[in-house]
Design a protein. Structure first.
Length: 143
């Protein structure tokens, strides 16, 4: 199956909320939150679609530390897992952050969320900290 990656638009937010609700242990946000992400940081809020939305990723620039950004959420429809959807979303997100001059990408993943940790480690993220039940990962994207 060929999937298209595009920026999420406000109108997609209900569908993104529905998908997020199926993607435990991710803590789904409400549609209104996704609407505002689409409105304010659309360049880093991407989705994969075939005949419907099958995955999304949200990245957030950290406004008080120059060059730092975070991955907030990434999710793939359970019916389409292990088809490299998260891989293409994360690749595109990293590409955009890099071309926009960011130096460092961080994320926190539940210590029990093995698929997600494997995904990020496969993309060159390294474990840098432990905060309660969360593991913090970081990837340097300088030059
Ligand atoms: C984590 C998640 C996004 C991976 O999505 P996906 O589209 O299935 O991932 P991909 O097919 O691109 O897999 C890429 C890599 O991730 C890792 N991975 C994916 N699923 C895995 C699994 N079930 N077990 C172990 N590693 C896994 C592997 O390293 C894989 O590479 P490989 O296929 O060469 O082995 C998906 O499982 C998901 O939506 N989980 C629920 C939401 C979530 O936990 N999000 C992260 C926190 S915000």
């Amino acid at each position: 199956m060929i999937y298209t990656i595009r920026e999420v638009e406000e109108e997609d937010s209900t569908e993104i909320e529905r998908l997020a609700g199926m993607c435990s242990p991710l803590r789904a946000s409400v549609a209104g939150t996704y609407e505002y992400f689409a409105l304010c940081i659309g360049r880093y809020f991407l989705m994969a679609e075939g005949s419907k939305i099958v995955g999304f990723i949200i990245g957030l620039p950290k406004i008080d530390i120059e060059g730092e950004c975070w991955i907030y959420q990434i999710a793939t429809d359970p019916a389409h897992r292990e088809e490299k959807i998260a891989t293409i979303l994360l690749d595109e997100e990293i590409k955009r952050f890099k071309s926009d001059g960011f130096k460092n990408i961080k994320t926190r993943i539940l210590a029990t969320n093995n698929p997600s940790m494997e995904l990020f480690m496969k993309h060159g993220f390294k474990r840098v900290d432990v905060i309660n039940e969360w593991i913090e990962f970081e990837k340097n994207i300088k030059e």
